[in-house]
Design a protein around this ligand. Structure first.
Ligand code: ZN
Ligand code: ZN
Length: 465
């Protein structure tokens, strides 16, 4: 196995794992997980291969399989384990064993080494992609590793519990403290700075909201930023794209190049990667899969559709921003929206944020521009009309709201639940609404857990064409 390894545990599974520490009543307890696998051929910042495992399903060790437990050991029969291996094999998932150290810290004891070597050997003979092992300490610590089919043991660099709150445990040494982040450490503590420095965050769409979000993320100390946008700056963008200059419009400059220039000029140690292209292009997959958070700052419905699925398949929180403003008789309607997508929460389809017809038209415009323009002439397409109104103060304010959700995920500053699923700001009515979106019981993306943490599948995100 080559490259770094990290593990994302989805919040519904994390809650089940936490219950192991309670049911054991001081005795060690165990469970199984099936993990989706995300193989990254080249990380956009280092160019190195990486692997991420994402929890897909939690399985109890059933009562008859528990042989004995004490505060210092747990043993269980291999019946359930063999079933786990078969199920993981059949679905191309990685099997994982989880056990607790209720009286202490998470680490791998000599006893664990010996037991796991035997279990890993069985997994290897069965032909699985390896065997993961996770230990939960009674002190709140977490440790994880993978036994590769070669027999090699790979320690996970980090383990994250991903939900409205995102908690992480790192096996490496913490990032070097950055003096320029001193003032925010006074509010959130030094651990916050170490955490933001380790994060990899994509900004999809570098217009009014995306440019503001990207520059805020750099100031906040985010260590790695990936910028994605296919467009060059035009004159009407000068009113809202932060960092843009008149000269960027007179000699057309890519928006990602403008933001990269500004982030690097700030000299804050941010590593920037960029892609000029549409978010759905296959070349972008490694970049998106490498991220810990993704900001959706695009108007593009087909791009949103892709990010919407990605959040559930890979357990990567997506923070999606949208604005809609228009003159109405006697005034203005000015709406801003920030939706956060994590498994367990309703998706953008359930929130009716994505217009499926527009998404289909955008796909047609990319694949067959002549046909798209023909239909447009015949007025069969609903989109691609006059540009929508946009004002810098509103787009920038919603970028702040969106980045604050990331801070909320890390700190819980506006509530223990962390990120708010859906916030609609009505600028014209001076209020915020927290809309309870009903999850459709038949939603193909978010309602059925068979996509949660599924990781790599063929075709990508189970989307044909
Ligand atoms: Zn142990
Ligand atoms: Zn949904």
């Amino acid at each position: 196995m080559t490259g770094e390894l990290d593990i994302n545990i989805l919040d519904p599974h994390w809650q089940q794992l936490q219950s192991l520490l309670r049911v054991g009543q001081g005795h060690e307890a165990s469970a199984y997980l099936k993990l989706g696998v995300s193989v990254i051929a080249a990380d956009p910042w280092t160019g190195e291969p990486r692997k991420r495992l994402v929890s897909h399903a939690f399985l109890e060790v059933s009562e008859p399989d528990r042989i004995s437990t004490s505060p210092l050991h747990v043993t269980w029969s291999t019946r359930g384990y063999m079933r786990l291996l078969s199920e993981a094999m059949n679905a191309d998932l990685m099997p994982a064993i989880v056990h607790t150290h209720p009286g202490g810290a998470a680490c791998f004891s000599e006893q664990d080494d010996a037991n796991e070597a035997e279990l890993a050997r069985t997994a290897r003979l069965k032909g699985t992609r390896g065997l993961a092992s996770i230990v939960l300490g009674g002190d709140g610590s977490v440790a994880a590793r993978v036994w590769a089919p070669s027999g090699e043991r790979v320690i996970a660099q980090s383990v994250r519990a991903v939900g409205g709150r995102v908690q992480s445990w790192s096996s490496g040494k913490p990032a070097v403290d950055a003096p320029h982040l001193e003032r925010q450490a006074r509010l959130f503590g030094r651990g916050f700075n170490a955490q933001v420095r380790s994060l990899r965050v994509a900004v999809v769409g570098c217009g009014g909201t995306g440019s503001a979000a990207a520059l805020l993320l750099a100031r906040l100390g985010i260590g790695h930023i990936l910028l994605i946008d296919k467009d060059t700056l035009d004159e009407t963008n000068l009113s809202r794209v932060h960092g843009s200059r008149r000269s960027d419009a007179t000699s057309p400059t890519n928006k990602v190049d403008i933001i990269e220039r500004e982030v690097l000029a700030a000299g804050l140690g941010t590593r920037v990667a960029k892609v000029i292209g549409w978010v759905g292009e296959p070349e972008l997959r490694d970049g998106l899969k490498s991220c810990d958070f993704i900001f959706g700052c695009t108007d593009d419905h087909s791009g949103r559709l892709l990010l919407n699925r990605l959040a559930y398949f890979y357990g990567i929180p997506v923070i999606d921003v949208g604005l809609r403003m228009r003159p109405v008789p006697g005034g203005h309607d000015i709406f801003g929206r920030v939706t956060t997508l994590v498994p367990g929460q309703p998706c953008l389809l359930c929130g009716k944020v994505i217009n499926a017809q527009r998404a289909a038209e955008e796909s047609l415009e990319r694949s067959d521009p002549a046909e798209f323009h023909k239909r447009k002439q015949e007025a069969y397409v609903i989109g691609a009309g006059d540009p929508a109104p946009a004002v810098v103060t509103f787009t920038t304010e919603m970028a702040c709201v969106a980045v604050n959700e990331l801070i909320a995920a890390l700190t819980g500053f506006h509530g223990e639940g962390g990120m708010i699923p859906n916030r609609a700001r009505r600028f014209h009515a001076q209020d915020d609404r927290f809309l309870g979106v009903a999850q459709s019981p038949v939603c193909p993306v978010c309602s059925q857990d068979h996509y949660w943490g599924r990781g790599d599948v063929q075709p990508f995100l189970d989307v044909v064409g």
